[in-house]
Design a protein around this ligand. Sequence first.
Ligand SMILES: Nc1ncnc2c1ncn2[C@@H]1O[C@H](COP(=O)(O)OP(=O)(O)O)[C@@H](O)[C@H]1O
Ligand SMILES: [Mg+2]
Length: 225
Amino acid sequence: MIEFTDVVKTYNIGNQALRGVSLQIEDGEFAFLVGPSGSGKSTIIKLITGELKPTSGSVHVNGYSLERIRKKEIPYLRRTVGVVFQDFRLIDNMTVYENVAFAMRVIGASEKEIRERVPYVLELVGLENKSSRHPGELSGGEQQRLAIARALVNNPSTIIADEPTGNLDPARSLEIMTLLQEINNLGTTLLVVTHEMDLVQRFAKRVIAIDEGLVISDGMDGYSV
Ligand SMILES: Nc1ncnc2c1ncn2[C@@H]1O[C@H](COP(=O)(O)OP(=O)(O)O)[C@@H](O)[C@H]1O
Ligand SMILES: [Mg+2]
């Protein structure tokens, strides 16, 4: 579960990015996080992954209290949260297979576990026939599917995606959103940041809208200001 209670985040230059955000995302939910550029969406993501600490208020993620988490606990928190970025962040000199396997090696998985798990997640995202290619040989949509496979491989309970379709054309964007929805249907909690409202409207999902660091609406009935 993800729970924000009265979260304020002020960057050191005095810029108040979040001005008192409270929200709760239950295990298994799918929620969109929408809002204009600069409204605080990425700040919320960075608070969930432990990259930032709240200035005040509390952030609870999958059993960890982020306002008082110890540095050595952060890798354990991050195993519970897979992250997908707009710019994919793949390793260009590794194959598709190795990009995914590497995420397992980092946490000390055995070669046997890697041999079993990597083909499974590559098939889930539809890249089973591209496992020996390099990221530069893939289309943008395929690169994002690879990034999703990597985020999934250690079986996190939650996937956070920060503008995952920002670099993709509309057809590819729809494919990626559909894949994220399928992953949610398999039981993973999904929080997807986007400002593509036409895409959001195609999926009947919870929409949390923020503006200027505050939640301005939250519900299943779409986004209206
Ligand atoms: N590292 C930083 N230092 C100072 N200000 C920042 C930093 N990151 C973000 N901000 C500011 O915080 C506000 C929210 O930013 P962000 O969370 O990135 O918004 P969004 O993802 O919705 O575009 C903006 O005013 C932005 O300029
Ligand atoms: Mg952002």
